[in-house]
Design a protein around this ligand. Sequence first.
Ligand code: 76R
Length: 271
Amino acid sequence: MTEIPKLISAEGWHVLHLFYKVDHSAWSFLSDEEKFCARTNLSELVQEIRSTDDCQLLTFAMVTPKSDVGFMLLCADLQAASAFEKKLTISLGPDVLVPAYSFYSMTEKSEYTTPESEFVAELKATSAEGTPEFEKSLTEWRDRMAHYQKHRLYPVLPPWEVMCFYPMSKRRGLPGQNWYATPFEARKQLMSGHAKVGRQWSGKILQLITGCTGLDDWEWGVTLLAHDPMDVKGIVYQMRFDEVTAQYGEFGEFFIGLQLPIEEVFRRNLL
Ligand code: 76R
């Protein structure tokens, strides 16, 4: 068999959100032995993905019958992500997991973080360059930024109970309401207001914004992890009043899942 070279991007990971409906009729045609093998196959596949370098897999029991089973797959290598997606889709036998919605996006750095030159200019206003306090502030800032960019590009997602996913775009239809015709400084200003609202939810909401212009039908995927769906409802509601969202936000379908071990996701859907 020819070895396929890895497809690793210069920066960031590939992210697949995969939501399926369970076809109970297809499942009912399987024998007890086939059902047992299907279940073992899925559990082993989840383990295989999780033990692959630079791959993460989150498993969800979805909350409404819009979809039943959900996966969020993050891989450095797009070839691995693609191969694992095919295996997941067929893992319980033909037609048992029926794709309900899927989304391909990539982790990305924020376009609006303060560049070092800007931070240094601000710092110079309060402390003289070269002094120990200047160097200390600069080192702290560099560490914070490195940590922050690493989380954006190579996140380690925690097992928080509630996952909310939705795709979104920034409006570019109406005159005066075209995000892409808005000057960078104005967008930066708007995004800093957005981030201020977001930070109020620190500890309650963990957000991962993944970009997908040219990759899928929308411009970003929004993944929110929470302990309480009320906080998901709270932040999304509050964001609706924030200027960026109010003026420019357009949204696709929303999916809510409960992050659970695959055995429980299986039990909830197929026993
Ligand atoms: O990444 C950062 O933490 C820095 C600031 C920041 C950026 C650049 C930030 C903070 N976001 C950024 C970018 Mn966000 N975010 C959303 C949604 O429902 C809605 O109205 C919108 C969906 C939520 C809920 C949310 C939450 N953000 C973006 C982008 C890319 C835009 C671009 O590049 O033009 C989108 C589409 C987007 C959408 N945002 C935060 C949050 C939260 C909770 C934070 C604070 C994170 C923290 O500091 O812990």
